[in-house]
Design a protein around this ligand. Structure first.
Ligand code: SF4
Ligand code: ZN
Length: 310
C-alpha cells in the first residue's frame, strides 16, 4: 500500500472514513493542517494571547501543547501549563512527571495543583465516603475550579483543553440521552461566559479522532502517560463511548457526522437555551457563582453533611 499523498510505501494509517492511506510525514502534516484549520475557522487564537494548557501528561494534552507550541515559536502566542493532581493512587503520579518534563523541555511556565491543597480532600478520599455522586462528577467540577483559578493566576487569556473528536461526540450523545439540554447548549469549540472571571476555553483537537492523537504522539516520539484512570469505568460517558465505538465499525464517519450535525444546530440551541447568569462570588471560596455557593463548595459541604467516613 502506498501513501495517497506522496506515494511512500511506509504507510502508518489508513483512514477508513476517507479511504486515505498516509505515511508518517504526510500523517503528521495532515493532523497539523487540520488543527490549524480548526483554530482559524473557530478564531481560537489572536496575536498576543496567553494560552494556559490543561496538561495532564496524557496524549491529548501533550499533543495540544506540542501543536500550540508551534504558534508560540512563531511569536503569535505565549503558553503556560497547569497539571492537576486529583489524588488517585497508582495513577496520577506518572502523568504529573511526564507533564513536568514536557513543560521543562519546551521552557513553558508550569505548575502542579492538587485537589488536596485546593479542597482539603483528594479524589480517593471522596470515593471512600459512603455517599457520593461518582468520581467523575467531582473530578470535572474540581478540575474546572482549579483551571479557572490557574488561568487568572497566570494572566492567561485562553484555556486550551485536549478534547478530541471522540470526547466531543460522546458529550453530544450523552447529554442528548440524558435530556440535558442545558449542557448541550454549552458544548462547542469555545466555552465562553458572560462573567469576566471565567477565561475562554478552546478545544484545538476537537476534530481529530482519539486514535489519531495517539498515533501523532507516537509518530513524533512524544512521551505520554498511557495508563487509564481506575475510575473511568464508573462513568456513563464510557458506556456511551462504547456504543459509538461499536457503531463506528460499520459506519466509520459517524463521529464526524455527529459533530457536524451538532455544529449546525449548536448556535440555535445556544440562542434558545442559554441565559446570561448574574454571577456573584461564592461565599466560601470567592469564585464566580450564580448561587450562594459555587458547585465545588456545594459538593464539599454536601460530602461533609451526608457522610461519616467509612
Ligand atoms: Fe476524573 Fe473520571 Fe476522568 Fe478519572 S475518569 S480522571 S475520575 S473524570
Ligand atoms: Zn466556592
Amino acid at each position: 500500500m502506498e501513501c495517497t499523498k506522496c506515494g511512500s510505501r511506509h504507510v502508518i494509517i489508513q483512514r477508513k472514513e476517507s479511504g486515505q492511506a498516509l505515511c508518517k510525514r504526510c500523517f503528521i502534516e495532515s493532523v497539523d493542517k487540520k488543527v490549524r484549520h480548526t483554530i482559524k475557522k473557530e478564531k481560537f487564537l489572536k496575536k498576543g494571547d496567553k494560552v494556559l494548557v490543561a496538561l495532564s501528561g496524557g496524549k491529548d494534552s501533550v499533543v495540544t501543547l506540542e501543536i500550540l507550541n508551534s504558534y508560540r515559536e512563531r511569536n503569535i502566542i505565549d503558553l503556560c501549563a497547569v497539571t492537576i493532581d486529583e489524588g488517585i493512587a497508582g495513577y496520577r503520579a506518572e502523568g504529573v512527571e511526564i507533564a513536568k518534563a514536557h513543560a521543562e523541555r519546551l521552557g513553558i511556565p508550569h505548575k502542579v495543583v492538587t485537589f488536596k491543597e485546593s479542597f482539603g480532600i483528594d479524589l480517593d478520599e471522596i470515593m471512600a465516603y459512603e455517599k457520593h455522586r461518582g468520581s467523575c462528577t467531582y473530578c470535572g467540577v474540581f478540575r474546572r475550579w482549579i483551571i479557572n483559578r490557574a488561568a487568572r493566576d497566570f494572566g492567561a487569556t485562553k484555556i486550551a483543553t485536549g478534547h478530541n473528536l471522540d470526547d466531543e461526540s460522546e458529550a453530544i450523545l450523552m447529554n442528548y440521552l440524558e435530556g440535558n439540554t442545558e449542557n448541550m447548549a454549552k458544548i462547542g469549540p469555545k466555552t465562553e461566559s458572560n462573567s469576566e472571571m471565567f477565561t475562554v476555553k478552546i478545544k484545538p483537537l476537537r476534530e481529530i479522532p482519539e486514535r489519531e492523537i495517539g498515533l501523532y504522539a507516537l509518530a513524533k516520539g512524544l512521551d505520554i502517560h498511557l495508563a487509564g484512570c481506575p475510575y473511568a469505568h464508573e462513568s456513563f460517558r464510557m458506556e456511551v463511548g462504547n456504543i459509538i465505538k461499536d457503531l463506528s465499525k460499520e459506519h466509520p464517519t459517524i463521529r464526524f457526522s455527529l459533530l457536524k450535525g451538532f455544529d449546525k444546530i449548536r448556535l440555535a440551541l445556544r440562542e434558545e437555551l442559554t441565559h446570561d447568569y448574574d454571577y456573584d462570588r461564592c461565599e466560601i471560596c470567592g469564585e464566580p457563582s450564580s448561587n450562594r455557593l459555587c458547585r465545588a463548595c456545594t459538593f464539599l459541604e454536601e460530602l461533609e453533611h451526608d457522610n461519616d467516613r467509612l
